[in-house]
Design a protein around this ligand. Structure first.
Ligand SMILES: Cc1cc2nc3c(=O)[nH]c(=O)nc-3n(C[C@H](O)[C@H](O)[C@H](O)COP(=O)(O)O)c2cc1C
Length: 167
């Protein structure tokens, strides 16, 4: 779309344009991990958002159509990792395979959650609530432990990855 051109549409009738408009919103990129009968599994998600400071709540939303949906919708515990700009390879690998985190350095939390090393922030969560939301489910997590280190984040905009460096 050319600069200065405003496109208006009905999002129910034009899903592609709706997706494009949503992509105007710059997000970070997270990897959500949980344990499963198949071992540690992960999914890339940019639907992460902070919700509440007191109590400490965050959310993300898995798509019902995802092959990984059952792992995450049924999970009582999970960990959300905010990726750094240097974790693009990990991100690409997890998009391809739910078990790809096994090829990267991880540790296990005190309650057995797979934790990815090197993330800018990690939120260990207990499931607080789920809300049905169209073709997604909103998962609200209560953060039981958080980890944070400085660094440039991996960002996502218009379907493309980039990085953000503070002046
Ligand atoms: C940057 C980015 C953000 C994504 N965010 C989400 C998300 O919030 N929720 C979701 O269910 N899938 C999201 N996806 C898609 C999942 O990562 C998806 O699982 C993956 O593409 C593989 O599909 P599968 O789960 O059916 O195997 C995102 C993908 C990318 C590349």
């Amino acid at each position: 779309m050319d600069a200065g051109t405003i496109q208006s549409f009905d999002p129910s009738a034009d899903g592609e344009s709706f997706r494009g408009a949503l992509g105007a919103f710059v997000t970070g990129v997270t990897v959500v991990t949980t344990d499963s009968p198949e071992g540690p599994v992960a999914i890339v998600a940019n639907s992460f958002a902070s919700v509440s400071l007191e109590p400490p709540l965050v959310l993300w939303s898995p798509a019902k159509a995802s092959k990984r949906f059952e792992h995450f919708a049924g999970s009582r515990r999970f960990a959300i990792h905010v990726l750094g700009a240097d974790q693009r390879d990990l991100c690409a690998a997890v998009v391809k395979s739910k078990t790809a985190i096994n090829d990267f350095p991880t540790t296990s939390s005190h309650c057995g959650m797979p934790l990815i090393q090197g993330a800018l922030a990690t939120f260990e969560c207990n499931l607080e609530a789920t809300h049905d939301a169209g073709d997604h489910v909103i998962i609200v997590g209560r953060v039981t432990k958080a980890h944070h280190q400085p660094g440039d984040p991996l960002v996502f905009h218009g379907g493309k990855y980039g990085s953000f460096h503070q002046d």
